[in-house]
Design a protein around this ligand. Structure first.
Ligand code: GLV
Length: 314
């Protein structure tokens, strides 16, 4: 007798919202949703819904039709040396995650624009330091990475009145703000920004992009917000740029090692704001529809939404 069609959805995430497995069960009642493979034949798994899966976990799933990552970034998927390369990989474009990310970037762009870092230091020293309020249009926020999240942040910042410019690896046409592209455009771009927002995927090309040279030709008083990945920045170069004044302040939500080790110098640096990778997160309430749609597409042979290009790494 031929094997029945794969009917299991394997869910793995040690860090996501604990409501995920039940949300998938409710939304896809025709599938069996499992958080491990005990008592299950690997070839019965149709789709894997994962966040930071252990290396090798997906290799034995011989009839897998979809690897659905429940997040925006997919860099960790490619750290699995046994990744089944023929299976489509999809990321989520979650309206909830996008909205929270835009809020976070707006929050910190406003704080940097209003020089809250200096106001907090003045309070620590009981100093009455009047910093005149200025209109947001006088601050240029530069977004590195013009994917879905970068564009959403640009819209929110522009609605607040900021001047926004953007940089991407390849040129993006028809955007309602000034853009720069490629290695050639990077120097002019970073020289124009008062606040730089890192929203790039972590790939072989972007690893360590923010290095000592990057800080050399920033505008005086420039600040940085990293909501992409820790690996985009060379940590020592960042500390040196803060210490010698090339960079005024850094807001860091992502790190090379997470959780950030207790003895890491970022924790106590006066010019660094640390947040625990909570700028945003996938919300099952707003993201489940896309998982359902992608499983439906994958099992019926259609192209899933928001496919990742393995050769580009994002
Ligand atoms: C979070 O870091 C994500 O990539 O969704």
């Amino acid at each position: 007798m031929p094997r029945p069609e794969p009917h299991v959805i394997l869910f793995h995430s040690a860090a996501s919202d604990p409501r995920w497995p039940d949300a998938i069960r409710r939304a896809l009642p025709d599938f069996e949703v499992r958080t491990n493979l005990e008592g299950i034949a690997p070839e019965d798994v149709a789709a894997a819904v994962v966040w930071k899966h252990p290396p090798g976990m997906l290799a034995p799933l011989a009839r897998l039709k979809l690897i659905q990552v429940i997040g925006a970034g997919v860099d960790h998927v490619f750290t699995d040396p046994f990744l089944p390369r023929h299976v489509p990989i999809a990321r989520l474009v979650d309206p909830g995650l996008t909205a929270r990310m835009s809020e976070y970037v707006l929050l910190h762009a406003l704080a940097l624009h209003r020089r809250m870092d200096e106001t907090v230091r003045a309070q620590d020293e009981r100093r009455w330091e009047f910093i005149a309020p200025a209109p947001p249009a006088r601050t240029c926020v530069g977004i590195l990475g013009l994917g879905h999240l970068g564009l959403a942040c640009a819209t929110t910042l522009r609605a607040m009145g900021f001047r926004v410019i953007g940089w991407s690896r390849t040129r993006k046409a028809d955007l309602p703000f000034e853009t720069y592209a490629g290695a050639d455009g990077l120097a002019a771009f970073r020289n124009a920004c008062d606040v730089l927002v890192l929203l790039l995927p972590l790939t072989a090309q972007t690893q360590g992009l923010v290095d000592s040279r990057f800080f050399d030709d920033l505008r005086a008083g420039a600040a940085l917000i990293n909501v992409g990945r820790g690996g985009l920045i060379e940590d020592d170069a960042l500390l040196a740029a803060l210490d010698d004044g090339r960079l005024r302040h850094a807001v860091l939500d992502v790190f090379r090692q997470e959780p950030l080790p207790a003895d890491h110098p970022f924790w106590t640096h006066r010019r660094i704001t640390v947040t625990p990778h909570n700028s945003s997160a996938t919300d099952p309430d707003t993201a489940i529809e896309q998982v359902v749609e992608n499983v439906r597409r994958a099992v019926s042979g259609e192209r899933p939404l928001h496919l990742v290009d393995p050769s580009a790494g994002y």
